[in-house]
Write a protein that binds this ligand. Structure first.
Ligand code: ADP
Length: 171
């Protein structure tokens, strides 16, 4: 059985098999969690990212984690919120699914997600939390033994409260 943990914290400090980066299409770094991950992982991360050729929205690519305590970084690109009519929901779901799939490929037993798209990409938090949790629950129903631990790493008390509230509502 997989344990789902919702915590407040800095995802760069987690000692898990894989952390997820909410990157942008270039994969060449940015602000928010992406900036924090590049800063903490060191310049080698940017070097390998330059050879990945970017990443489409909703897709994911994996790298080593260099100076981070995690082993791998799964870089995914969430949708920019444009009002909800531009396939944002399906794209966000696809981010979580592709990250879980890639993590499984490298035999990760623990994986940590930030709140993809809800910072600079402006996806409404409650809606994003609902998609994140529903997607993970659906994956676990199909693959109950792949992961030991899945973390949602919220960066603020408010985000954590929203994730906890949505989890109660849908579980
Ligand atoms: P996006 O462009 O996908 O919206 P952001 O990085 O702007 O990505 O925001 C995604 C979420 O990550 C936001 O909730 C933001 O507060 C959070 N965040 C920023 N830095 C960190 C960090 N070091 N660890 C975990 N979450 C973070």
């Amino acid at each position: 059985m997989t344990e789902i943990q919702m915590i407040k914290g800095d995802i760069t400090t987690l000692k898990v098999d894989a952390i997820v980066n909410a990157a942008n299409n270039t994969l060449l770094g940015g602000g928010g969690v992406d900036g924090a991950i590049h800063h903490a992982a060191g310049p080698e991360l940017l070097e390998v990212c330059r050879n990945l050729g970017g990443c489409d929205t909703g897709q994911a690519k994996i790298t080593q984690a260099f100076r981070l305590p995690a082993h791998y970084i799964i870089h995914t690109v969430g949708p920019v919120w444009q009002g909800g009519q531009e396939d944002e929901e399906a794209l966000l779901r696809s981010c979580y699914e592709n990250c879980l799939r890639l993590g499984r490929k490298i035999a990760a037993r623990s994986i940590a997600f930030p709140s993809i798209s809800t910072g600079a990409f402006a996806y409404p938090l409650e809606r994003a939390a609902k998609i994140a949790l529903q997607t993970i629950y659906a994956y676990l129903a199909k693959h109950p033994h792949v992961y030991e631990e899945i973390y949602f790493v919220c960066f603020s008390d408010h985000d954590l409260k929203v994730y906890q509230k949505i989890a109660k509502e849908i579980y």
